[in-house]
Design a protein around this ligand. Structure first.
Ligand SMILES: *[C@@H]1O[C@H](CO)[C@@H](O)[C@H](O)[C@H]1NC(C)=O
Length: 135
């Protein structure tokens, strides 16, 4: 009967592990009608997950589908290309500049990012109005 005891212990531990998370989501519910309750339940769970994201746990920005691996104001961003957070949080690129490789550049005249990020004009070409010109 040692086997049975082990199973019981496992089940008990699992129950312990599950219970706190259920308790947390219940606390956030407001006493409403059943339908609203359900909606609110999912809603608040989602918001809770979002609000507990990268400020406290930067790793969440590394998961698949994230907008980027960097965290600014509790939002996952990509420092490489984000015109509002170019290279660092809050670094905004002023028009007509765009963010390429974490730097604000003017795609109308930048030889390495001519027209768009990474569009490099060949050696003697120059970037004119966002197009490489070899004249
Ligand atoms: C950030 O943007 C660059 C350029 O589009 C891309 O190569 C890179 O994978 C992005 N990083 C993340 C974490 O999405």
């Amino acid at each position: 009967m040692k086997f049975n005891k082990t199973i019981f212990l496992l089940a008990y531990l699992m129950a312990l592990a599950i219970t706190p998370s259920l308790a947390t989501s219940y606390e956030m519910e407001e006493p409403n009608s059943n339908l609203q309750r359900t909606t609110h339940f999912f809603h608040s769970r989602k918001q809770n997950r979002v609000s507990l994201t990268c400020d406290k746990n930067p790793k969440v920005c590394h998961i698949k589908g994230s907008a980027g691996s960097d965290c600014c104001k509790n939002k996952c961003v990509n420092f490489t290309i984000d015109v509002f957070n170019c290279g660092r949080c809050g670094k905004k690129c002023s028009f007509p500049k765009i963010c390429c490789e974490g730097k604000c550049v003017n795609p109308r005249s930048n030889e390495k990012h001519c027209g768009k990020c990474g569009n490099k004009c060949d050696n003697r070409g120059s970037c004119v109005y966002g197009m490489c010109s070899y004249a």
